[in-house]
Design a protein around this ligand. Structure first.
Ligand SMILES: [Zn+2]
Length: 321
């Protein structure tokens, strides 16, 4: 108690001299190993609120320990799905289990628009994460993005960026050795993860010498580089820069992948009574029929082509695509 009083007296003296005062409502005291009565006495003396751990700065919990699932779940789900990559994953190495959880929420949201019910996924997630020109939806691969973000932290360390945390790491762990690939055992989990990132870079053939020559590290650029090239698909023009309503483009995308849920496909895993086309009520509901062969659809095509002055008849799905 005596030392708290002495510290507070110094603090008040500083306030009197400088004219700067602490905002009592925004100040908190954090206790560790202090009994209840003493805590009350200290809070009474200072007039500050009692703070709860973890300490937050700009909404992010400041912790050097591994993030527990329960600790982040709420914030992450609340985050606008993928904005977490550009925010959270640049600050922390996200635990694998957490990435899986976020991905499953994203998947359910993508296929169903909600997060609760889990219907069948309409396409494999790794296919969704590749660029549009290669037949994907260009959704970020959270794990890969997070790894690159941590490499940026390593780049900050290796290029000795003028940041307090970088100086701190050099001061504590880099006095005798180069930090690239070093594994200081006493370092916290997050520092070890950052330093370990060098190993992954060497795996893709990037050495420290080249790494430190990178003038500005762009996570986006490095992410693309490390993922490599994907073979372009023949129908990319139908999806890229298609200004149709997103819903139509999505249906088109699913059908190009052979994943559109038409009656014949649904009947494979679930019982449906009526398999006939809802447009003509004659033929079975199949993608080929629905989009081109159906009487009603072909009339629609005919009028559309005529309106556009195109002198040809619509063929089947495979011919047109
Ligand atoms: Zn029909």
């Amino acid at each position: 108690m005596a030392s708290v009083k002495a510290l507070y007296a110094c603090f008040q003296m500083f306030s009197r001299v400088s004219g700067l005062e602490a905002n009592v409502e925004k100040s908190s005291v954090y206790f560790g190993g202090v009994n209840q009565q003493l805590q009350l006495d200290i809070l009474d003396h200072l007039g500050f609120l009692k703070g709860e751990l973890p300490i937050r700065y700009l909404g992010v919990p400041l912790s050097t320990k591994r993030l527990s699932l329960a600790q982040c779940r709420r914030q992450l789900i609340k985050s606008v799905l993928f904005s977490i990559q550009t925010f959270w994953s640049q600050i922390f190495t996200l635990p694998k289990k957490l990435i899986q959880l976020v991905e499953s929420v994203c998947k359910r949201f993508l296929w169903t628009g909600g997060v609760d019910n889990s219907k069948r996924a309409l396409n494999a997630w790794d296919k969704v994460c590749i660029p549009k020109v290669a037949g994907g939806l260009n959704i970020m691969d959270i794990q890969a993005w997070n790894k690159v973000a941590i490499r940026k932290l390593l780049w900050n360390v290796c290029t000795k960026k003028d940041k307090l945390w970088v100086k701190w790491i050099h001061y504590y762990y880099g006095r005798r050795t180069t930090l690239w690939m070093s594994q200081p055992k006493q370092a916290s989990w997050i520092v070890q993860k950052i330093l370990k990132a060098g190993k992954y870079l060497e795996e893709v053939g990037l050495q420290e010498k080249e790494f430190i020559l990178i003038r500005t590290f762009s996570i986006q650029r490095m992410y693309r580089k490390l993922r490599g090239e994907f073979p372009k698909c023949s129908w990319r023009r139908l999806i890229c820069n298609n200004y149709g309503a997103p819903r139509w483009v999505f249906i088109l995308y699913l059908n190009l992948q052979g994943r559109f849920q038409t009656g014949d496909r649904i009947a494979k895993w679930s019982q449906i009574e009526d398999l006939t086309c809802p447009l003509c009520a004659r033929e079975p509901e199949k993608a080929e029929h629905l989009f081109f062969k159906c009487e009603m659809t072909s009339q629609l095509w005919e009028r559309l082509l005529e309106w556009q002055g195109i002198k040809k008849r619509a063929q089947g799905w495979s011919e047109e695509v």
